[in-house]
Ligand binder design. Structure first.
Ligand SMILES: [Zn+2]
Length: 272
């Protein structure tokens, strides 16, 4: 049985230079990745991910403002610009947005206001939200509830929480997005073993990592099958089941914005 094309639901591949794109996308396709979503973090990067999504069949865009990249309060002009970018046909979700309470992050009230404004836009446009939460889980859950984000659904990106957090995320109707930390964390592995497969999605969060000397060790979408294989092992099912389920989950979350027939299939097809 051939593996269903995988969906890498959260990346920053636009940050790889233009000369890197064709190699990165070729390696992804050869590894069986059939769709990559590139998430914007600022107005400029939202335009960049859209340019990439509009020129590469494998790529779609997410539009959003990353909490760590907020320089100021989100004003009406920014909201108008975001709305315009979010309406482009290759934009399929609201991403990246959320809350980040590290000491170096922007002030919390500013982040919360920016998130609320984005949640209202996402609901208005019917786009699922992919959220980032760092040291801010209680507020993130509260804002998702208060803003009624359940209506559009979405995913908790780069999930690294415990069972209690997973239950609250599932309770909100959200998906749990798993990335490479799963490969090395026994605590996470224990949580993932008990999650419903129909609520799991996969991602790499790829971005250039020049701090790693070996270029092939930089996180890229071609490594996504490693996460799928680990989920399969933990859930006690075949990797084919995980590929099929996580791809179906993602496409369902996108509500038809990417029909299954538009996924790229591996050049090796059934031989893989
Ligand atoms: Zn990200």
């Amino acid at each position: 049985m051939a593996l269903a094309p995988l969906v890498d639901g959260h990346t920053h591949i636009d940050q790889y230079g233009p000369d890197e794109q064709s190699g990165l996308l070729m390696r992804a396709r050869e590894a069986g990745v059939g769709l990559i979503i590139a998430a914007g973090t600022t107005l400029a990067s939202c335009s960049a991910v859209l340019r990439l999504a509009e020129s590469e069949p494998l790529v779609r865009a997410g539009v959003g403002l990353h909490p760590q990249d907020l320089a100021d309060w989100v004003d009406d002009a920014t909201v108008t610009r975001l709305r315009h970018l979010a309406r482009r046909p290759r934009t399929v979700e609201w991403s990246e947005t959320g809350l980040d309470y590290q000491p170096s992050s922007p002030r919390w009230d500013l982040q919360q206001d920016a998130f609320r404004r984005q949640a209202r836009l996402a609901r208005d446009l019917g786009l699922p939200m992919v959220v980032h939460s760092r040291e801010a889980d209680a507020d993130m859950l509260r804002l998702l509830r208060e803003e009624g984000v359940r209506e559009v659904g979405g995913a908790w990106h780069y999930f690294q929480g415990d069972r209690a957090l997973a239950e609250q995320v599932l309770e909100l109707g959200f998906h749990i997005s798993l990335a490479k930390p799963l490969l090395r964390s026994p605590e996470m592995q224990a949580v993932v073993a008990t999650l419903p497969l129909e609520r799991i999605v996969l991602e790499t969060d790829s971005y250039p990592q020049p701090f790693k000397k070996n270029r092939m060790a930089w996180t890229e979408p071609w490594q996504l099958p490693q996460v799928a294989a680990k989920v399969a092992e933990l859930q006690g099912v075949a990797i084919e089941c995980v590929a099929e389920a996580t791809t179906a989950n993602y496409l369902r979350m996108l509500r038809g914005r990417v029909p299954a027939g538009e996924l790229s299939t591996s050049p090796h097809g059934a031989d893989r």
